[in-house]
Design a protein around this ligand. Structure first.
Ligand code: FAD
Ligand code: NA7
Length: 456
């Protein structure tokens, strides 16, 4: 049955994957449902659509973007590559394994520009509220057209939520932080290391944001960085200038007090304390309630909302895999909506969710988390025609990346990997990452940097 209507909220990598999944079906000559996608920003790309703004966007909405200047991929691009659109197809040449943000944005756009996806997307439009109308089995969604400042509503048989979950800060309070005299911000508002040159920084949290912001600030000239951890230190061998300490207990002026009894003075504090899954447009009964983990409770196959099977969430997991995982989810969601994949009774779905959650609970190390997500994607792929790829090899690259970071956090981005999609071996970037201060697409694609040319 295809005479139904699908609403997609968000045109980031997840929402775009959903559009692409339907497009691939259409290209085969098969009928597809009526689709509409709504994006609150003026362009697609989600997090990868960089903004200099903080706080609110140009229409006064809570700002989505958490990315910053000088952000380079924090994992090998070979692990996130689309199976149906390779980096080599896009750039026409081999590139390095850890491209900067603008290069990845270009790649995301490359695939979607080849489709008619833009025709389906209404930009500058925010989903405000959703009701489920039981007797019609439809969602009523209230939107605001931000440019026209007008409210309207639409009805859908299926609703796909692809609004991301690294946007609403988790901001814990630490006694005395309200009187800290320097800058205090969450990683969500960090827009680059420039303002912290010559400063002594305290980062709270010990995951990806803390690790990368510490290294970025070190690279761009901060004096000293302390990372304060709650549960576990990151534990890599840090260069002189970055160190880890147990959790800060409180502040007095610009002095931070730590659990181990030590104190230190700082110029600025950055809370790298993660994000909340936040769906202000969903009522409690339709809301996914989860912390950041590999298998959120209540999602069958990590995608279908178990309490209302017409509601779909994409990209809600913590992420080792990104773009190709969103694809496999979108392909699954498409075939689910088209009635092509088995959909057992609720008790069986509950049991399936529990199995995955028990599996996640049994994992501890980074390598085990990688294996978990690899198995999850293998399961999803087995239901659809998303092009199969060598996931075991991708898992090996992830584990090697984890080791590279442990060995040398400052140069892991100089390592190169080989695509499992088309066999292309990555080319080292023309400049070692620690010396490369320009993250623009133009500079990145230069064959040799100017200084080298002069020497030739
Ligand atoms: P998002 O990219 O967050 O997109 C969600 C979209 O939904 C946005 O466009 C938003 O405007 C829209 N939206 C939200 N609410 C509404 C609403 N109510 N109405 C309409 N539209 C709405 N991944 C990697 O693979 N490599 C990296 O190096 C990497 N680095 C990262 C660094 C940072 C700082 C962060 C925060 C994330 C990073 N990620 C990285 C992960 C990144 O989140 C994913 O790559 C990807 O962007 C997730 O796609 P998504 O579509 O699920 O969500
Ligand atoms: P994560 O990976 O969810 O990590 C959040 C970190 O914040 C983690 O180390 C937490 O410590 C820490 N945290 C959370 N609450 C507190 C409090 N109250 N006090 C101290 N520390 C706390 O978020 P990230 O921002 O690092 O990464 C998210 C994405 O952004 C990721 O995909 C990157 O690519 C970019 P815990 O270990 O739970 O004790």
């Amino acid at each position: 049955m295809t005479n139904f209507k699908v609403g997609i909220i968000g045109a980031g990598p997840s929402g775009l994957a959903m559009l692409r999944a339907f497009e691939s079906e259409q290209k085969k000559g098969n009928p597809i449902p009526e689709i509409k996608c709504y994006e609150k920003q003026d362009n697609w790309g989600g997090m990868w659509n960089y903004t200099w703004r903080t706080g609110v966007g140009k229409y006064g909405e809570p700002l989505h973007g958490s990315m910053y200047k000088y952000l380079w991929s924090n994992g090998p691009k070979e692990c996130l590559e689309f199976a149906d659109y390779t980096f080599t197809e896009h750039f026409g040449q081999a590139i390095s394994s850890y491209p900067p943000r603008e290069v990845l944005f270009d790649y995301i756009q490359g695939r979607i520009n080849k489709s008619n996806a833009r025709d389906y997307i209404k930009f500058s439009t925010v989903a405000r509220w959703v009701d489920y109308i039981e007797d019609k089995k439809q969602f009523r969604v209230v939107f605001d057209d931000l440019k026209k400042n007008e409210t309207f509503e639409e009805f859908f048989d299926y609703l796909v939520v692809g609004t991301g979950h690294f946007s609403t800060p988790n901001m814990p309070y630490f006694e005395g932080i309200d009187n800290f005299p320097g800058a205090v911000m969450h990683a969500h508002d960090f827009r680059g290391a420039d303002q912290f040159i010559g400063q002594k920084l305290l980062l709270i949290g010990s995951s990806y944001s803390a690790e990368d912001i510490a290294v970025q600030c070190y690279k761009h000239g901060s004096d000293e960085v302390t990372i304060s951890y709650r549960s576990n230190p990151i534990g890599t061998s840090w260069p002189e200038g970055i160190k880890e300490k147990p959790l800060v207990t409180h502040f007095d002026g610009n002095t931070a007090y730590f659990k181990d009894g030590t104190t230190e003075d700082y110029d600025a504090v950055i809370l790298c304390t993660g994000y909340q899954h936040k769906f202000p447009f969903l009522p409690d009964s339709l809301r996914l309630k989860t912390k950041n983990c590999l298998y959120p409770d209540g999602l069958y196959k990590g995608v279908v909302f178990n309490e209302n099977e017409r509601l779909i969430f994409l990209g809600m997991q913590d992420q080792y895999y990104t773009f190709n995982m969103f694809d496999t989810q979108a392909w699954y969601a498409r075939d689910y909506m088209l009635g092509r994949v088995p959909f057992p009774a609720k008790a069986e779905r509950d049991a399936d969710i529990k199995n995955w959650m028990d599996y996640e609970a049994s994992t501890e190390t980074g390598a085990e988390h990688v294996d978990f997500q690899t198995d999850y994607i293998k399961d999803l792929i087995s239901y659809t025609d998303y092009p199969a790829f060598d996931l075991d090899n991708v898992a090996r690259m992830f584990k090697s990346w984890l080791k590279d970071k442990e060995t040398n956090i400052l140069n892991y981005r100089d390592q190169v990997y080989t695509s499992v999609m088309d066999g292309t071996a990555a080319e080292p970037h023309h400049t070692p990452w620690m010396e490369e201060l320009d993250d623009s697409l133009n500079r990145y694609l230069q064959e040799k940097c100017e200084e080298e040319r002069e020497l030739v």
